[in-house]
Design a protein around this ligand. Structure first.
Ligand code: ADP
Ligand code: MG
Length: 548
């Protein structure tokens, strides 16, 4: 702000920054350029943390993870044209995940008579967090940024209140309780909507009071700890296939849950849907009961119902027996694979060693195909909102942005929590240059690149060389292949972090121990695995490429 006689002047950029600050925005990610540089400068002066990233897409991923983890939107700042286009991937991903996000883009100059765009900010915040959370975009005309206005002529909207809480109809709650009580094979599914809603306490009470089996979706992991005795994640397919009543807490019946349809489910399974979004109810299946409302509030309503007339699902039921047996045999099968001594290592060996050292309170970020699918079954989450992955959109390239967001929060909260980012080699490539961002802000993230030289699978060095005898790589290399034995760890050492190239379980253990011991610096462990390694055999042939 500069003074012009008695009239204090503020620039458009400062107005934007103040409007964001008033809305409790704490983080801004982006890449500056004309016309948005001044906005970043003003935001930083205002006390908003500004994180300069290397690609708008990753910046958008980071900002949306802040939204998911805190319930208030993070901001992504981009230039017009290509900057905004790059951000579209992040906006689409946030929308698919139902995560709040505000993208601010500069646009071209506008004529004088359309002034006043700053008044749209509070609406942006509100529409990003009210109802089903999602992304919104605010367009800032270039000449607005440097425009000087009298400070007294600017009015800021008050900080937007948290979303109003809605409850389900009482009759629907009664009906849901009745359906649950009459279930022979009940199952609760806990989705990332439950995590976002911070419903962990209520859902845990419901699970324990009614002794119900539950299954977390990928990012629903940790709402109740993975090692809870009622967690049937290790018998996932079995649980879905034979349950007769399924309660969905903030999980959509999309591809992640096989659309709720046979053959993955019983044709007459009764779904009880809990969701804040009315449009979601009845999507793909005809639910037995719909509970439209906030998960936290609806769970409390259900608990009250079971308080009035206490009920427990019998722990000696054949359903529990089936689930327990299946869990046992599935766990034994993965342990067996993990214990294999052959080199290069397989996925299970890698993840078992990682799991052994994983701090209980860490954030696990993960993306990739097999890396993410298998990793999820072995790596445990004990806290809600501590797993971030490719999500509803199955987006590759989100990992580093998510890891940066989580590490910033851990730092700000002073919890000493670590962020472990488990990446496939292909997935890592999408946003690999964000390693520079990680090093610039000195975030002690541990990046694991599980490297099979390709997308799904690749070639070893010898096969690659052999193949090139038959022609140029563009004509003979399988499209899934990436350059074998790429030294991704050198991307980290290039910027002063620690890099490890590991080929054996011992090297993996040692590098992980060192990385965890160093709480001040980032590291990248490039883990060479068998290029043709795949998942363990699945019961269902249609599970060749896992969905969850
Ligand atoms: P997952 O991928 O874990 O299955 P989804 O993203 O498919 O989860 O589903 C999350 C659902 O949670 C969305 O349909 C969204 O509308 C819903 N949701 C988000 N926040 C709340 C809330 N506070 N109360 C109820 N439902 C919510
Ligand atoms: Mg790979």
């Amino acid at each position: 702000a500069c003074s012009d006689g008695d009239e204090e002047q503020v620039s458009g950029a400062e107005v934007i920054a103040q409007a964001l600050k008033t809305q409790d925005v704490e983080y801004m990610f982006g890449i500056v350029g004309i016309p948005v540089t001044e906005i970043a400068v003003a935001a930083q002066k205002m006390g908003i943390r500004y994180v300069g990233m290397r690609n708008e897409q990753a910046a958008c991923y980071a900002a949306s993870a802040i939204g998911y983890l805190t319930g208030r939107p993070g901001v992504c700042l981009v230039v017009s044209g290509p900057g905004l286009i790059h951000a579209l991937g992040g906006m689409a991903n946030a929308n698919m995940n139902c995560w709040p996000l505000i993208v601010i883009g500069g646009s071209s100059e506008r004529s004088q008579e359309t002034m006043g765009a700053f008044q749209e900010f509070p609406q942006a915040v509100r529409s990003s967090i009210y109802g089903r959370p999602g992304a919104c975009y605010v367009d800032i005309p270039a000449d607005f940024v440097n425009l000087q206005v009298n400070v007294n002529s600017v009015r800021y909207m008050e900080c937007c209140m948290p979303p109003p809480v809605s409850m389900a109809e009482t009759s629907a709650i009664c009906m849901a309780a009745t359906v649950i009580r009459n279930a022979k094979k009940p199952l609760l599914i806990i989705g990332k909507g439950a995590a976002y809603a911070r419903a962990e306490e209520g859902i845990r009470k419901l699970v324990e009071r009614c002794k119900l089996p539950f299954l977390p979706t990928p990012m629903g992991k940790g709402v109740i700890p993975d090692n809870h005795p009622n967690c049937v994640a290790a018998a996932r397919s079995r649980a879905l296939q034979f349950a007769d009543v399924i309660v969905l807490f903030g999980a959509r019946l999309n591809w992640i849950l096989h659309f709720g349809l046979p053959p993955r489910y019983q044709p007459d399974v009764k779904f009880i849907q809990v969701d804040i979004c009315a449009e979601e109810l009845g999507n793909n299946v005809k639910p037995a009961v719909t509970l439209l409302g906030d998960i936290n509030a609806v769970t409390k309503q259900l608990l009250e119902q079971f308080d009035k007339t206490p009920w427990q699902y019998p722990p000696e039921s054949s359903w529990w027996k089936t689930l327990r047996e299946k869990m046992k045999s599935n766990e034994a099968a993965s342990k067996e694979l993990a214990s294999q001594k052959s080199l290069p290592m397989n996925y299970y060996t890698v993840f078992y060693h990682v799991q052994e050292q994983l701090p209980r309170d860490c954030f696990v970020v993960s993306e990739g195909a097999n890396t993410m699918d298998i990793g999820r079954t072995v790596l445990q989450n004990y806290l809600p909102r501590h797993r971030l992955d490719a999500g509803t959109f199955g987006t590759m390239g989100v990992g580093l942005g998510f890891a940066i967001a989580a590490a910033l929060l851990a730092k700000a909260r002073n919890t000493g929590q670590r962020v472990i980012c488990v990446e496939g080699d292909s997935a890592f490539g999408f946003s690999g240059m964000e390693v520079e961002t990680i090093c610039r802000y000195n975030l002690p993230i541990i990046l694991l690149v599980v490297n099979n030289n390709g997308i799904y699978q690749g070639f070893d060095v010898d096969s690659w060389k052999e193949m090139l005898k038959f022609g140029d790589a563009t004509t003979v290399a399988p499209p899934v292949c990436l350059l074998p034995n790429s030294h991704y760890e050198q991307v980290m050492t290039a910027f002063g972090g620690k890099g490890y190239f590991v080929q054996t379980p011992e090297e993996l253990q040692k590098s992980l121990r060192e990385s965890l011991a160093d709480t001040t610096a980032p590291s990248l462990i490039n883990i060479m695995i068998e290029p043709q390694a795949t998942r363990k055999a699945q019961d269902f042939h249609w599970l060749t490429r896992s969905k969850v």
